[in-house]
Write a protein that binds this ligand. Sequence first.
Ligand code: NAP
Length: 278
Amino acid sequence: MSEQRVAVVTGSSSGIGFEISLMLARHGFITYATMRDLQKRSILKSIADKENIPLKCIQLDVTNDISTKQAIETIVKESNKIDVLVNNAGYGLSGALEDLSINEIKIQFDTNFFGLIRATQAVLPIMRKQKSGAIVNISSGLGRFGIATSSAYASSKFAIEGLTESISYELEPFGIRTILVEPGIIKTNFIKAAVLAQKSTDPNSPYFQFMNNMEDGMKKLIESGEKPEYVARVVLDAINDNNPKLRYLAGKDVEQIMEIKNKVSDEDFHNMIKKMSS
Ligand SMILES: NC(=O)c1ccc[n+]([C@@H]2O[C@H](COP(=O)([O-])OP(=O)(O)OC[C@H]3O[C@@H](n4cnc5c(N)ncnc54)[C@H](OP(=O)(O)O)[C@@H]3O)[C@@H](O)[C@H]2O)c1
C-alpha cells in the first residue's frame, strides 16, 4: 500500500473546501477534491496541474445517497484506502424561526447534517478495516453559540458537534480520530450562497427590519473575515497534531468569543452577543 496518505474533501468548488484541498495536496496527500458540480473544477485543477500536486476532482453531491456512495467507491477502488475525510460542504439558511418553513429547515439539515452523515457512513467501513483514519467535521463558531436569524444553521452545526462528540467514543477503538474545526468569520462565497427564508423577504414579516439589519451586518463582517487558507492550515495542523484534540477553533474572532464564553455566565454571554449584533 502506498505511503502517501489519501484525503477526501467535500464542497471543494469554493472557499474553505477549495483551500483545504490545495493545502492537503501541497502537503503530500493524494487529495480527492469533490464537488457537486464538476464544471466548477477548472480553477482548482489548473492550480494543481501548474504546481504538479496530487489533486483529483470528482463529483459528489452530499445530498445524494448514490452520488456519495459512488464517489467513495471510486476513490477506494483507485487508492485502496482513505486516511482523511473532511466534511466541509455546507451553506447558511437565514431567517427568524417564525419565518422559516419546515421544508427550508429540512433542506438545510439535508446538506449540513445528513450530508456529513452520508459521507461519513460511506468511508467508515474502509477506515475500520484499515484500523486508522481521521474524520474532520467543519462546524462553526455557531456550533458553540447561537445568534438571531441563524437558528436553522446554528442548530445544524450544534447537531454536528453532538454527532462528532458521540462517534468519537465509537471510533476510537478502531483507531479512527474525529476532529471538529470551528471557523469564525471567513471571507468566502458563504454570504452570497446563503439562502434567505422566503417569508423573510416579505416586508410584512414582523422580523423584516431586524433581518435586513442582520444581513447588512453579516455582509460587512465577512469582508473583514479571515482568509479560507487560515482554516485550511488549522485542518492540516489538526490532522498532524501529536497532541490530538477533539476541537480546533479557526479564527481570532471565534477564539476571543469562546474565551469569554468559557468564563462568563450564560446571561452575561447573551448580553454580549446582543450588544454585538445591535
Ligand atoms: N465562511 C464562513 O464564515 C464560515 C464560518 C464557519 C463555518 N463555515 C463552514 O465552512 C464550510 C464551507 O463554507 P464556505 O465558507 O467555504 O462557503 P462557500 O464558499 O459557499 O463553499 C461552500 C461549499 O459547499 C458546497 N456545497 C453546498 N451544497 C453542497 C452539496 N449538496 N454537495 C456538495 N457540496 C455542496 C458548495 O458547492 P457549490 O459551489 O456547488 O455551491 C461549496 O463548494 C461550510 O460547512 C460552512 O458552514 C463557514
